[in-house]
Design a protein around this ligand. Sequence first.
Ligand SMILES: Cc1cc2nc3c(=O)[nH]c(=O)nc-3n(C[C@H](O)[C@H](O)[C@H](O)COP(=O)(O)O)c2cc1C
Length: 251
Amino acid sequence: MEKTDLYPTIFRRKSVRRYDLTPLDESTLAEISEYMDNLKPMYSDIKTELKIIGPDDVKRRMMRKAPHYIAVFSEAREGHLTNVGFMVQQMDLFLSANNIGSCWQGIPQPTKEVLKSSDLEFIILMPFGRPAEPLHRDSVSEFKRKHLQKISDVAGAEDLMEAARMAPSAGNGQPWFFTGDESIIHAYSVKPSFIRGLLVKKYIPIDVGIAIYHLKLAAEHFGKKAEIVFNKPAENPPKGYEYVASLRLNR
Ligand SMILES: Cc1cc2nc3c(=O)[nH]c(=O)nc-3n(C[C@H](O)[C@H](O)[C@H](O)COP(=O)(O)O)c2cc1C
């Protein structure tokens, strides 16, 4: 399997929900496991555990069956959900780049046995397998996303912001906003209303972690050093948003 630059995959990937149920062969699964065990964290001190499980280990709750699932567990600490978004999006892009479909899925849940198999908190599942539907989009116009002006007032850095704009999110909510310039980009997440918060609270930080990973990948693709820093700007955040993290960019 290819471990090349995943940046172009940002503009082709899509959620795959219909799978060929034939399991992937052992060597492909071994390569996927190896990649999964070497994901780059956003917070290196938060413990995570990712396991590949089968369809019998999952309560699907209306979602279609897949031959394999990644079950994601994490230590529950400040930033852990953003960290999961940042890490597991690397799997989504790696699988898509290698002609394997995947989809973030908050609805299905693992069985009790799987939940008990880790000391860490269960966070989310990602089904994957050979797709039984188109794997990629043919053009950026097929992405249903907010216009750039609605999610960013960053001065310049359009190429990077376009990569963040394409990020997948729960219910396609795109709960992010970015400020800054070509040397530092600040990421914010939407503060949901109380009622909406009950439904989406867990997913918003995951979504923002995904978008931050897209930003970092794009920056590195364009030859910049991209470092995650916590450098809350002095200015007030955009109304209705709260600060998450920043990406410092150097040539
Ligand atoms: C945290 C998270 C949870 C999601 N949960 C589900 C889910 O339970 N079921 C589902 O069909 N899609 C789920 N999705 C996929 C989104 O609906 C999808 O990413 C979004 O609509 C954008 O479409 P795209 O991924 O094809 O670009 C989830 C996505 C994220 C990021």
